[in-house]
Design a protein around this ligand. Structure first.
Ligand SMILES: [Zn+2]
Length: 413
């Protein structure tokens, strides 16, 4: 009897081990797709950057009873509830994006940031059974178990902090859990990769205080968009691991300063941080970058010949026709997987995640990753490349969880 029990126990262990190992090698393509779908639904999927609040703002939509259906199944755009459910998305960081134009005015964008935060909160109030706010990984997990999509928030551009450090706590209290130090222009905190002014040659003196205050309050420091000089200074002064909420590897698009160099990726790994890969075609593939550059120059020549500027009303039909005749090149899902491979090679599997930039790049996305229903496609591609279930769990959420928890634990110290 005892032997029988031991034998059946051994059989059970064998079955478990085999089913763990079975996947990739022995599965048909259809089975692999089904397995990828299953993993997308089993694991929490966190995305470091979704620009849905910005899309609402652009379309001048304030969420009310009358307009709320746009959240459920919108036509156009890349994020909505139905597609999130299909794709297994559980924690899209809603980007509270502050355009650089605010830095030129007296208004630092604080009220603008508040209005975007209000819209995210409205999503939760209007659909309490579908969405919930989340301030910690544990809260995301509670929401996940209750079948609700979490809407954590990250502020893209520290401009709204103004020159007042107490605003760091203000935004923490409003639910902001990461701040991208700047956007496409230098601001009061630091230099941007999109600017050539090099105002501070990295972090400003105030910017150093902002990073320290973010560490103290428990907000993740986001190094996406910053200039290389800023990045290296942040690595020196931060007391907690950082994130790049939506950044790709410069190795695949050498002229894109918005992307991270190999050395920066290694440093972020040493910092214990996580780099969440941006899908934007122009950030992931130099073939696309070059083709778009040629197209831009051709269009400029065409408009100059006609004495028009790109923003002139008369230029609009010409621009539209040109875009039809010269469609921009698209990259594909394999290129995004190449970026993931690259980070893994440089920094290790513990330092990579997903930061799609959905709704932030005007639909200029690689084939196979068109919207929030596409996470299973990425998982399928990674499985085919030999990533294990645990690797995929790390990419989907565990790496970000480690950083987010560490930042929470380190606060106040
Ligand atoms: Zn961005």
């Amino acid at each position: 009897m005892r032997i029988k029990v031991v034998l059946s126990l051994l059989c059970f262990i064998l079955v478990i081990c085999c089913s763990e190992k079975k996947p990739v090698d022995s599965m048909t393509d259809e089975q692999l797709r089904a397995f990828a779908n299953e993993l997308a639904q089993t694991f929490i999927i966190a995305d470091g950057h979704v620009d849905f609040p910005e899309r609402l703002k652009e379309q001048k939509i304030v969420l009310t009873e009358e307009t709320k259906s746009i959240v459920l199944s919108d036509i156009g755009g890349e994020f909505d509830y139905e597609r999130s459910i299909k794709g297994g998305l559980n924690a899209p960081f809603m980007s509270i994006y502050i355009p650089s134009s605010y830095q030129k005015q007296n208004d630092s964008g604080k009220a603008f940031a508040d209005s975007l935060i209000n819209n995210v909160q409205a999503m939760v109030s209007l659909f309490p059974d579908k969405f919930a706010l989340a301030n910690t990984p544990t809260e995301v997990e509670v929401n996940f178990k209750a079948g609700r999509i979490s809407l954590p928030m990250g502020m893209e551009n520290g401009a709204p902090i103004g020159n007042d450090l107490t605003n760091v706590k203000y935004f923490y209290d409003r639910g902001i859990r990461y701040i991208t130090l700047t956007h496409s222009k230098d601001n009061q905190i630091c230099d941007s990769s999109g600017d050539t002014t090099r105002t501070w040659k990295g972090l400003s003196p105030f910017g150093k205080e902002v990073v320290a205050e973010m560490n103290r309050i428990g907000i993740m420091v986001d190094v996406s968009h910053v200039d290389d000089s800023t990045f290296y200074q942040v690595m020196k002064v931060t007391k907690a691991p950082c994130i790049a909420s939506h950044s790709s590897c410069r190795a695949f698009a050498p002229t894109v300063r918005r992307d991270m160099t190999d050395d920066m990726i290694k440093k972020l790994g040493e910092n214990g941080g996580v780099m969440m890969i941006n899908y934007y075609n122009a950030f992931i593939d130099s073939a696309v970058v070059n083709r778009n550059k040629v197209n831009r120059e051709k269009l400029n020549t065409l408009l100059t010949e006609k004495g028009l500027g790109i923003n002139d009303v008369e230029a609009k039909p010409i621009v539209e026709q040109f875009k039809k005749d010269n469609p921009s090149l698209k990259s594909d899902i394999n290129m995004v997987a190449n970026h993931i491979d690259h980070v893994v090679k440089l920094a290790g599997i513990d330092h990579v995640g997903i930061g799609s930039d959905f709704d932030g790049v005007e639909g200029d996305l690689p084939t196979g990753l068109e919207d929030v229903s596409s996470y299973p496609n990425l998982i399928y591609t990674l499985l085919k490349r030999g990533y294990t279930k645990e690797d995929i769990a790390k990419i989907c959420y565990k790496n970000l969880w480690r950083v987010w928890n560490k930042v929470e634990e380190a606060k106040g110290s």
